[in-house]
Design a protein. Structure first.
Length: 361
């Protein structure tokens, strides 16, 4: 029997449709090498999103496809990830040592945006990425409590702050600099300036994804931040109810106006399951997030239940992804994290940081 050609192997691998990229890995440019070594097929796959949780299973699936090719006795597939830097709004300068900024937003408060944001950040880290978290809610900072971090950040040079560390991710919040009960009675321009300083004067270290937990709403603060902060993409958090969806649409439209791609929609509190009897009930309605995603032609990243454990975990400073990493809820957050990062991976890339600056003297 003749040895399979490279084209034969590529056709076999193209049969696998990646659920996060929603396309085959060959067309997505993830196949870096494939060849025969005797009767063994060898392939190298480099994903554009972190995927530690599915890497081994993906390799097995691809090896099975290669072994089905006539002439292939065995197969070895190496799967890894490489996070690229993606473009931001025109006229906004990218942040040093931060590859991508993802804004997590909601049109209104009370939809669990901060809880989704912190678990998304921790899920990306669990998948193998270097992650930072910026708490942009100056009036109601919640990330210090959610990440279980206390104390104040250090400054080695008197100019820049060192990020606080919580569960392996870098974090910065106005909540680290003021007492928890101190109200921030500031006007919009002061808030915007403070947030820009927190972002740009923090010594972020080789961050693949910086998650920004935006304040709720679509007012002056959110619009100004969207225009001044180099954002690679945004995630909209909503609940299924009509009022929340109405406000979520405004948030989505805001990002469209400032040319920030919306990576997708997360539907929180989609269903409540009684902890005593197990009865499932759609308290806030059902399917609203998916309908909105279809209407605006953006990805539906996933839905999360209304579960008392999620609330209790963040209140205790141990978000669900940390508290019960193998549990169903944590796996849902990790699926949403992979879907978010995969969606970003197909956006235009920014190569400016890969080339040295040329100075003519």
């Amino acid at each position: 029997m003749s040895q399979p050609s490279r084209e034969d192997l590529e056709v076999a691998l193209a049969a696998y449709i990646d659920p996060y990229l929603q396309g085959d890995l060959v067309a997505a440019g993830c196949l870096r090498d494939v060849q025969m070594d005797g009767d063994q097929a060898q392939a190298k796959i480099v994903l554009g999103y972190p995927a530690s949780g599915i890497r081994d299973a993906l390799a097995r699936d691809l090896e099975a496809l290669l072994c089905a090719v006539p002439g292939v006795a065995s197969a070895v597939v190496d799967v890894s990830s490489r996070i690229a830097t993606h473009t931001v709004q025109q006229g906004v300068e990218p942040l040093k040592n931060v590859k991508n900024i993802i804004a997590v937003a909601s049109g209104k408060g009370g939809v669990g945006k901060s809880t989704v944001a912190v678990n998304l950040a921790l899920a990306l880290a669990a998948e193998g990425a270097q992650v930072g978290m910026l708490d942009a809610d100056i009036y109601g900072p919640s990330q210090p409590r959610m990440l279980g971090i206390s104390g104040q950040p250090d400054s080695n040079d008197g100019k820049r702050l060192e990020p606080m560390m919580g569960y392996g991710i870098q974090a910065m919040s106005i909540g680290f600099l003021v007492e928890e009960e101190t109200p921030m009675i500031w006007r919009g321009p002061m808030v915007t300036q403070a947030l820009e300083q927190l972002l740009k004067d923090t010594n972020w270290r080789d961050v693949d994804y910086l998650i920004i937990d935006l304040p709720p709403g679509t007012g002056d603060i959110q619009l100004t931040l969207s225009q001044r902060i180099p954002v690679s993409g945004a995630v909209i958090v909503t609940t299924p109810q009509d009022i929340a969806l109405l406000d979520a649409r405004k948030g989505l439209k805001m990002f469209e106006k400032v040319n920030v791609p919306v990576l997708g929609i997360v539907e929180n509190m989609a269903v409540h399951v009684c902890s005593n009897c197990g009865h499932a009930e759609h308290i806030f309605g059902s399917g609203g997030g998916e309908r909105m995603a279809t209407q605006f032609e953006v990805p539906f990243l996933g839905s999360l239940p209304l579960d008392i454990r999620v609330r209790a975990d963040v209140d205790a400073g141990q978000p669900t992804v940390i508290k019960d990493p193998e549990g169903e809820l944590a796996q849902s957050f990790r699926q949403i994290a992979r879907a978010t990062a995969a969606r970003l991976s197909v956006q235009a890339k920014d190569y400016s940081q890969a080339f040295p600056s040329i100075v003519i003297q």
